[in-house]
Design a protein around this ligand. Structure first.
Ligand SMILES: [Zn+2]
Length: 159
């Protein structure tokens, strides 16, 4: 049933449709419209109806900020995920991985010339044999490369 804008509103208010429920009905029709995907500023949104590009700008900023705003703890977990995946999942192994993650994170933030010395200072305190130390030297190199790739914004000042 189609109601003309100048017809009495079907709600029985006695007012013309255009003065009563037309806006509400049109909004419902819009929100029921098929959703489509829109790519904007590197983000993809599902939208229905017409969307102001300014609104998409705001939404893109919001999602980017949310992603970049992953807290420090979550960033650390993301950073050492491959190491965490390699553990047996026990609390001890997870704690060790987090401690190493902190070491790698701090080394990665040092100027390159200071990294090897700082690592050796750490290794000297470690009750481990030379093979373990060597493994750790290799892993450290890989994790610093990973850190630079994951958090380029933290490395710009050294560039
Ligand atoms: Zn009405």
């Amino acid at each position: 049933m189609r109601v003309g804008r100048n017809d009495p509103c079907p709600c029985g208010s006695g007012r013309k449709y255009k003065r009563c429920h037309v806006a509400e009905d049109e909004a419902k029709a819009r929100s029921a419209a098929p959703t489509r995907l829109v790519e904007h500023a590197g983000e993809v949104f599902g939208v229905s109806g017409d969307v102001d590009p300014g609104v998409l700008d705001l939404a893109a900023d919001h999602f980017r900020a949310k992603r970049e705003g992953r807290g420090p703890a979550q960033q650390m977990v993301d950073f050492i995920q491959p190491v965490l995946d390699a553990t047996d999942g026990s609390l001890d192994a997870t704690n060790r991985a987090m401690q190493l993650g902190t070491l790698w994170w701090n080394l990665a933030l040092l100027p390159e010339v200071k990294r090897a010395g700082a690592l050796e200072e750490f290794l000297a305190l470690l009750p481990a044999d030379e093979a373990v130390r060597d493994d750790l030297r290799k892993t450290t190199k890989q994790m610093i490369v990973r850190h630079e790739a994951m958090f380029p914004e933290l490395h710009r000042r050294h560039a």
